[in-house]
Design a protein around this ligand. Structure first.
Ligand code: ADP
Ligand code: GN1
Ligand code: MG
Length: 373
């Protein structure tokens, strides 16, 4: 991206000191993220500057309304309990005119955050403890938002985790086959179509009133949580664009999909891809603890199914994007989305085999949690 334009945009935010360096940052698939370094007299100050993805988020104003509401709410709760709100939730840095975001002359939307220093967001589990900590943090995140006025939240992406709707969109993309790619991915297509009923496993329970609607994060990848470099604790949940009413199983399942995999989301050697039961157990333990008794019996029963459905859904989304010509997820090589879809389907197949063991693990964790009461 044009450096001159970046510096011009950065100059409009109320950063301390002049920006001296702006570099692309992180491995997100959606927004354009930059790290801005400023050098005021007081020392170095760093910020995150993001250009929001307008293709994905059609109503950035509503998204920012959610984000301001949620971060203010979290800030209050964290401060009340003696925490450090500047590190434990995202802090928006306003534009110099006081507005929380900027709309530039090209109609692009920009926002900025304080850079969370001395903390790391991981793309793979390097230490088991980090994964456990992220589970506690995502569970706690949901608890902090449990009494948030959910009716004030905009649906930033309608039907985001409506898996049957994702399946329907996949079938439309398959029918249209605008890039002529369907023929070469018959195996993957068959994998999806053979599992149509799986898409309904969570939404049917929601429809039948078996599962409570909560305020959830909806994008609980390990790299959406910052782990403190010194204490090793997960200190801050980031990427709040999709905070909306949802199911706890979306959050649990998405974390397992990404973090309990033995390989990267885009690994090309599928023999490396499997679901680690050890990591599944660690995350389930942390999540149950983080939710602190809030999960219902039905939610606990469905944790393993949540992992399978979220992984299946994500695979469908990657494959749909591949068929449609890669317009949604950022790609860094040809067939990147296809590689991603393949890892997800490999994980689904592995989780299907391991379902009895996953259920057994949750059963054991539940009885241990009861003993601790
Ligand atoms: P995307 O929606 O594209 O995933 P994110 O908001 O997750 O965008 O940001 C991308 C990456 O930037 C994150 O994975 C993280 O590494 C980094 N990041 C985002 N916000 C901060 C922050 N406030 N402090 C430090 N790093 C951040
Ligand atoms: C995207 O924004 P990021 O990279 O944290 C996507 C998630 C997918 C994920 C797959 C808004 O997450 O839903 O699960 O990629 N976010 C959005 O890696 O679509
Ligand atoms: Mg992200």
């Amino acid at each position: 991206m044009d450096q001159q334009n970046l510096f011009r945009v950065a100059g409009l935010f109320s950063f301390e000191g002049e920006p001296v360096e702006i570099i692309p940052y992180g491995n997100g698939h959606i927004n354009d993220t930059f790290r801005v370094t400023c050098c005021p007299a007081a020392g170095v100050r760093r910020y995150i500057l993001q250009r929001m993805n307008r293709n994905v988020f059609e109503r950035p104003e509503e998204l920012m309304e959610n984000l301001c509401g949620v971060t203010e709410w979290l800030k209050k709760k964290i401060t009340e309990t003696g925490g450090d709100a500047l590190r434990e939730t995202l802090s928006l840095v306003p534009v110099r005119d006081g507005r929380p975001y900027l709309k530039d002359a090209d109609g692009e939307y920009w926002r900025a955050y304080l850079f969370i220093e001395n903390a790391t967001s991981y793309d793979l589990v390097e230490k088991d403890e980090d994964f456990y900590q992220s589970a506690v943090a995502f569970g706690r995140f949901q608890r902090l938002l449990a009494d948030y006025p959910a009716d004030t939240l905009h649906e930033t992406i309608p039907d985001f985790h409506n898996t049957p709707d994702r399946l329907a969109k996949f079938e439309t993309a398959l029918e249209a086959d605008v890039c002529g790619r369907a023929n070469e991915v018959q195996e993957e297509i068959r994998f999806v179509l053979e599992r149509r009923s799986l898409a309904h496993a969570l939404t049917d329970c929601l429809r039948d009133g078996m599962l409570p609607l909560r305020v959830t994060h909806n994008d609980t990848k390990l790299n959406n949580v910052m782990i403190d470099d010194q204490s090793g604790k997960a200190i801050c949940v980031i990427d709040l664009d999709t905070v909306m009413p949802g199911l706890s199983l979306y959050d649990f399942g998405d974390s397992i999909r990404f973090g309990a995999s033995t390989a990267a989301e885009d690994e090309q050697d599928l023999s490396k891809v499997s679901c680690s039961l050890h990591l599944f157990e660690l995350y389930a333990k942390g999540y149950i603890e983080g939710c602190a008794g809030a999960l219902t019996d039905a939610e606990l029963d469905l944790l393993p199914m949540g992992a399978i459905v979220m992984t299946f859904e994500c695979g469908i989304r990657f494959l749909t994007d591949y068929l449609e010509g890669d317009h949604y997820f950022k790609i860094h090589r040809e067939e990147h989305n296809l590689d991603r879809a393949r890892t997800q389907f490999r994980l689904v197949a592995d989780m299907e085999e391991k379902l009895p063991q996953m259920k057994e693990i949750v059963k054991r964790l539940r009885s241990e949690a009861r003993l601790d009461d």
